[in-house]
Write a protein that binds this ligand. Structure first.
Ligand SMILES: [Zn+2]
Length: 151
């Protein structure tokens, strides 16, 4: 789909080396607008919303904070580690402000699966419904988030 010049500018910001070393799009050749549309459809199909996913991500991050970089148990059957990788990143959609490079790892002990996400991931999903491009370092599959975090 043809996208607005504003979204085109955002897509430029997502290229490797502009905001982050690896960028946000991986080897995805789709336009940003198409990535957003397809992930939005996927989230609908899963019967949830971007907001419900981001709320759960934030809740587990907040619960994991007191572990100070070590895994701690979070009810009912999660282990969560929150690590400060130091540094800050801006939002590629050009929101004001910077997001600290904090990584949250969530292990679902019942399913024996884990997933890692950043504070910027939480913002990108909550505010933009953006899960990054295929092959991107921090690409998150909506279905995996819903499954592992039990959204
Ligand atoms: Zn933003």
């Amino acid at each position: 789909m043809k996208q607005t010049t504003q979204l085109q500018k955002v897509q430029e910001n997502m290229r490797p080396g502009v905001i982050s070393l690896h960028g946000f799009l991986g080897d995805d050749t789709r336009n940003l607008v198409d990535i957003l549309i397809e992930d939005n459809a996927e989230v609908k199909k899963l019967g949830v919303t971007h907001r419900r996913i981001s709320d759960k991500m934030r809740e587990l991050r907040e619960n994991g904070l007191s572990g100070l970089g070590e895994y701690i148990n979070v009810s009912p059957h999660f282990e969560v580690k929150v690590e400060d990788a130091r540094g800050k990143l801006p939002c590629p959609f050009e929101h004001p402000g910077l997001f600290p490079k904090i990584n949250t790892t969530v292990r679902n002990l019942e399913k024996n699966k884990e997933i890692i996400y950043t504070d910027l991931n939480i913002h990108l999903i909550e505010a933009h419904g953006f899960y990054e491009g295929r092959g991107a370092k921090y690409r998150l599959e909506p279905a995996e988030l819903v499954d592992i975090l039990e959204v």
